[in-house]
Design a binder for this molecule. Structure first.
Ligand SMILES: NC(=O)c1ccc[n+]([C@@H]2O[C@H](COP(=O)([O-])OP(=O)(O)OC[C@H]3O[C@@H](n4cnc5c(N)ncnc54)[C@H](OP(=O)(O)O)[C@@H]3O)[C@@H](O)[C@H]2O)c1
Length: 379
């Protein structure tokens, strides 16, 4: 089975954005919330979040609140409604019902849930006169060609085959986000910030993509892992991303920023070994070949989360250039901290959720079956 980026995208579905890449040791160590304070302005901001209650939103809320900013969240009232009882919640639907936003003023709007340009246009147009800065959370999936290394903010973005579509699929997600970026800038020219994260990881991630590895490796025993532990990857801790977004608000940083870990810093093997060290497990890794994975339909990215063989149209995947964001203060915690935080959160999830198969990775039955086949063939 040959997997190119399009097929990854199809398999991965939405939020696929960061087929990203990264190495614990070279990341700036120990960046806790407080550590960015030397970069802060003293302005206390009124911040509106369109969204705010699923994954990235809560991390932004926690960080902004810890710095004393005043927050308002606008949602449909469906997701984690009781998460922030101390924060103002406005209810509406950004697709057609923005009434609750009328007649109000904020310093900054952070848009975490824009996927369709028409809908982003509506909210940015309505808010153009009542917010000073519009921060749109986009994705690195906007890029047209991942065969190239070193994609930067000037690199070409994908284009929809059907320009009128609003259907979000693995293939339309990136080009639609690119149109959303343009819509925000068109409605608020010179007042827009676009943040393009790679794969976002950490507590509250509903996709189980990165989470699969800490959880599986913590269980111990023989773990099926893709070969090439030296292969690099990129991703961003949700709290590092939240800090950068709030920093952009505080400093009124405008323009487009790729936001994932620096290229060529983290390998898959380093993720596996750090998961083992952090959890203190007895895991043993069995690295199976790409040929075996292909033969038994073990798909990179979905069955082997975070892992992308760097070939063909994916050759440039974990080489996204983040120098522009680094220059504006994007920082990273060590991956051991990300893994510890992810495990800590997972262990506090309801037993019912933890008992269900994870949304990414292999089930234990499938993994055992594959390991047996591997040993039958090669031992
Ligand atoms: N996950 C990744 O790896 C990744 C990678 C790259 C980029 N990204 C981008 O990062 C962002 C992260 O999203 P998130 O889900 O974590 O953000 P979030 O702000 O934590 O959650 C999404 C919020 O949007 C609200 N919402 C959804 N539809 C709405 C509507 N029609 N009207 C009003 N509110 C609505 C939801 O609440 P209700 O349901 O109550 O309305 C929820 O509060 C996305 O823009 C995604 O494209 C993600």
């Amino acid at each position: 089975m040959t997997m190119n980026r399009r097929s990854f995208v199809k398999r991965a579905g939405l939020g696929l954005a960061g087929l990203g890449a990264f190495s614990a040791s070279s990341l700036k160590p120990g960046t806790a919330f407080a550590d960015m304070k030397h970069l802060r302005s003293n302005r206390q901001l009124k911040i509106l979040i369109l969204g705010g209650t699923a994954f990235l939103g809560p991390a932004i809320v926690r960080y902004a609140r810890s710095l004393g900013h005043e927050l308002t969240l606008f949602t449909r009232g469906k997701t984690n409604v009781d998460l922030f009882p101390d924060i103002e919640m406005l209810t509406g639907d950004r697709d057609g019902d923005l009434e609750a936003l009328k007649g109000r003023r904020w310093d900054v709007c952070i848009d975490t849930c824009g996927y369709v340009p028409r809908i982003v246009t509506d909210s940015a147009r309505l808010l153009a006169k009542s917010v000073g800065q519009y921060i749109f959370i986009s994705t690195i999936s906007v890029f047209a060609d991942f065969s190239k290394k070193g994609l930067n903010e000037e690199s070409e973005v994908g284009v929809l085959e059907d320009a009128s579509t609003e259907e979000i699929t693995g293939l339309t997600y990136g080009p639609l986000k690119a149109l959303c970026e343009q819509a925000a800038e068109r409605e608020m020219p010179g007042h827009t910030t676009v943040v393009r994260p790679g794969l976002i990881v950490g507590p509250m991630d509903r996709s189980d993509r990165f989470t699969y590895w800490p959880v599986r490796i913590a269980k111990g025993g023989e773990v099926l892992t893709p070969d090439r532990p030296d292969i690099v990857t990129q991703f961003i801790d949700v709290d590092d991303l939240a800090m950068f977004i709030v920093h952009c608000a505080e400093r009124n940083i405008l323009g487009i920023y790729n936001a994932t870990s620096p290229a060529e810093e983290v390998t898959m093997g380093e993720i596996f070994n750090t998961c083992k060290t952090v959890s203190g497990s007895d895991a043993e890794f069995t690295y199976v070949s790409g040929k075996f994975m292909e033969e038994y339909e073990v798909a990179p990215w979905s069955d082997m989360p975070v892992y992308v063989p760097l070939e063909g149209s994916d050759a440039g995947h974990p080489y996204i250039d983040v120098s522009k964001a680094l220059g504006q203060g994007l920082t990273f915690r060590p991956i051991s901290e990300t893994i510890r935080n992810t495990l800590g959160w997972w262990r506090n999830e309801p037993a019912e959720r933890r008992g269900k198969p994870m949304k990414s990775g292999l089930t234990s039955e499938k993994e055992s079956e594959l390991l047996k086949k591997w040993h039958d063939k090669f031992d």
